[in-house]
Write a protein that binds this ligand. Structure first.
Ligand code: FE2
Ligand code: FE2
Length: 182
């Protein structure tokens, strides 16, 4: 189960690397693939929230409820749920700016670049926190029975990822090509 989440993280890192390249292009006044940037932001603000975050939230909630040694109120669940909300919120406002560029509106590029940079940093620090702090705690605390329980409630929710799943959705074809996935 953690392997799947870890794989999702590796996929998210691919997108973050693309966002970093785009950031360099904006700052160097090189051509910027705004349409693909927009697709990447759509993906990041919609898909992890449908597929990835709910799984994590479910595992964290289980852990906090049954296995955490910390007193209530200091659990990782509320921190992480908050971070997930923040990621979606920041991703959406960034995407609004990018779609304004696509509609030829005047958008201060340095402001957009710094928003993009903060968004990439926020995503990265969230991933680092999960990989470096949360996952090791889960690995340590959850037993095979726990994982079986979690998996049972999870199975009913599994759906396929529209970018990194078995088939790439029409909407993400260009992005997939850009990331060399197809
Ligand atoms: Fe997360
Ligand atoms: Fe995650």
């Amino acid at each position: 189960m953690l392997d799947i989440l870890h794989k999702d993280h590796k996929n998210i890192v691919k997108l973050l690397n693309f966002l970093r390249e785009t950031l360099v292009a904006i700052r160097d006044e090189q051509p910027v693939p705004y349409r693909t940037l927009n697709d990447a932001l759509i993906y990041l603000s919609e898909v992890p929230d449908m597929y990835h975050h709910p799984r994590e939230d479910m595992i964290y909630a289980y852990y906090s409820r049954y296995r955490s040694q910390q007193p209530t109120g200091e659990n990782i669940t509320s921190v992480l749920e908050q971070q997930h909300l923040q990621l979606v919120h920041d991703g959406e406002s960034l995407r609004e700016q990018v779609s304004m560029v696509l509609m030829d509106a005047v958008v201060p590029l340095d402001e957009m670049a710094s928003n993009l940079e903060s968004f990439v940093n926020l995503q990265q620090s969230h991933l680092d926190y999960e990989e470096g702090v949360v996952f090791p705690q889960l690995k340590h605390a959850l037993t095979e029975d726990d994982w079986r329980n979690i998996e049972q409630s999870w199975n009913s929710k599994i759906e396929d990822d529209p970018l990194f799943g078995r088939t790439v959705a029409e909407q993400y074809q260009e992005l997939a090509e850009r990331l060399n996935l197809v």
